[in-house]
Design a protein around this ligand. Sequence first.
Ligand SMILES: NC(=O)c1ccc[n+]([C@@H]2O[C@H](COP(=O)([O-])OP(=O)(O)OC[C@H]3O[C@@H](n4cnc5c(N)ncnc54)[C@H](OP(=O)(O)O)[C@@H]3O)[C@@H](O)[C@H]2O)c1
Length: 156
Amino acid sequence: MVTVPFGALSDTLKSVRPSLRPGKVLVNVTVPLETAIGGRPTRTLGLWVGSAGELAASMVPKGVGVVSAFNNVSAELLSDLSRKVECDVLVCGNDENAKRVIMELVNTIPGARAIDAGSLENSRTVEQLTALMVSLNIRYGVRSAGIRITGINLDI
Ligand SMILES: NC(=O)c1ccc[n+]([C@@H]2O[C@H](COP(=O)([O-])OP(=O)(O)OC[C@H]3O[C@@H](n4cnc5c(N)ncnc54)[C@H](OP(=O)(O)O)[C@@H]3O)[C@@H](O)[C@H]2O)c1
């Protein structure tokens, strides 16, 4: 799980790279918020590669499954075990097995529901939602805004 500010993503991935063997799964939670360059947390930076998830995928050894997940889940909510998370977790990745492993993990969290959000390039959209969640948190004076996708029947 990589959960560092965007400015530290590249160095962090370089530092863990020697430990990443084929078959391992790396989950990118990091979002390229504009705060990385002194800007607002309600905006994201444009990345040539598309998204932080895709940047992570470009930096890991071959055979490591990179998945984007938890990008839209409040850390405060996740760390408070007395509360149900009560939101959907969009999971993106090109490695179907890695995605399945992380979706199963998500579904063990009370109230959380994993949504297969398709290939890793959809992380571009998912990461934009994080900036929106920050904006909603500020507007509504909360720290736990999340999303629910409706109209999909999932047997969990
Ligand atoms: N907070 C949320 O609710 C939330 C939700 C979804 C996505 N995200 C994304 O997740 C990422 C982390 O968010 P956060 O709120 O957890 O940020 P944070 O509290 O500022 O940083 C998380 C951890 O990253 C490590 N870190 C910070 N700067 C570092 C550096 N220069 N080099 C190496 N490690 C560094 C620190 O670990 P140590 O204390 O061990 O040094 C720190 O505790 C961001 O990209 C954010 O957009 C956050």
